[in-house]
Design a binder for this molecule. Sequence first.
Ligand code: BGC
Length: 436
Amino acid sequence: MTKFEEGFYLGASTSAHQTEGDNTKCDYYLMENMEHSEFSEKSGKAVDHYNRYKEDILLLKEAGLNSYRFSIEWARIEPEEGVFDEKEIQHYRDELTFMKENGIVPVVTLMHFTSPVWLIKKGGWTGKDTPFYFQRYARVIAERLGDLIPLIVTINEANMGVQVGAIAERYRKLMMQNQEKNVEGSVQVGMNFNSMLENMKAKGMENYALFGTPDPKTFVSGRKEEEEETVILSHIEAREAIKAERPEIKVGLSLSLHDIQAAEGGEEKAKDEWRKEFLIYLKAIEKDDFIGVQNYARSIIGKDGIMNPPASASLTQMGYENYPEALYNVLKRVDRELKERNLDIPLYVTENGIATSDDEERVVFIEKALSGLKRAKDEGVDVRGYFHWSLLDNFEWQKGFSMTFGLIAVDRVTMKRYPKPSLKYLGSYAPIKRNV
Ligand code: BGC
């Protein structure tokens, strides 16, 4: 193991809804509390990061990490359309100030899957006015908090809607063929597809009552690629608003990227998979300051599409393969695509991690992923940071708290934190000197 060079961002990631607790103004909160909910449990107080962020950031710092990626919750900042909550703005100012005082570089995500309920009522993530609303929110953040933020990820995993759309379609086909196959494990975000397909009608009525439509377009609602214009424009307009206010802030988005490998006969399908995962977002990215690469696994594509992991593979709690080697392949592929187009855009690994109850397995995963990252760097890929998912065990969306991705465990009754050996292990790669 060798340490990273000075200036490299070594940190961990979280998102607001998955950790803060009592995030009552967002779409997920309502969906979790529906009678016909697909969620295995509710986020509730989550891991109370809203009140305990100081303790969490200090644990990260003590382990030697120098950077923290977290998200600001849009629904807290703008709970009603056009109404900005001063108290919440001050909350995030306090959090950012605390990081500054402790020499921790913040990387801030503006939208990590959850949206204000009012946005969904107005058409959500296929709505034509959403880019305007997102831009306005981004401008407020740049104006009010921008002096404390060096890097902004506008949208987390901008490509998630298309991935969910594709898996939902795959599921529908399998159901029609009456096949027994687990496809849940082939999408990154925790989803319960089985229960989703049951009770659709009753849910439609409940949705109508809550969101004014039987089919609300949340960020992770399945989308077709031709429906991605709202997401792409939202990113571009937010970037412009931030840059107009504070040109020094580095702005980018993040993408969920699989290491897509073609098995015999799957070459064309594999190419198309990559096109949908990465290439269609190039027009959003080409003027960005960086790309956030988020990688957890590989996808093996055969002539009939995504294949099950090899029989010998060890699976993570999420149902997909434990395959840390994927990170190197993805970094190299993104780099190749950029170089072919003469685009000089640095990469940050904004998420990478493993859901396991065995922390030794996490240590090995980190060791392999980071050795791949270093190899990619040695071969000329411009990677400037690595953020492990996640700092804390947290709310894995529809899968609830059963998936343990964290470097720190949390007892959700006492909210006491228990750092795992993997936190210290990750910290052992830290540059000797801090960046700030
Ligand atoms: C998301 C996180 C999620 C993680 C693990 C990423 O897709 O950004 O919110 O918890 O993967 O599934």
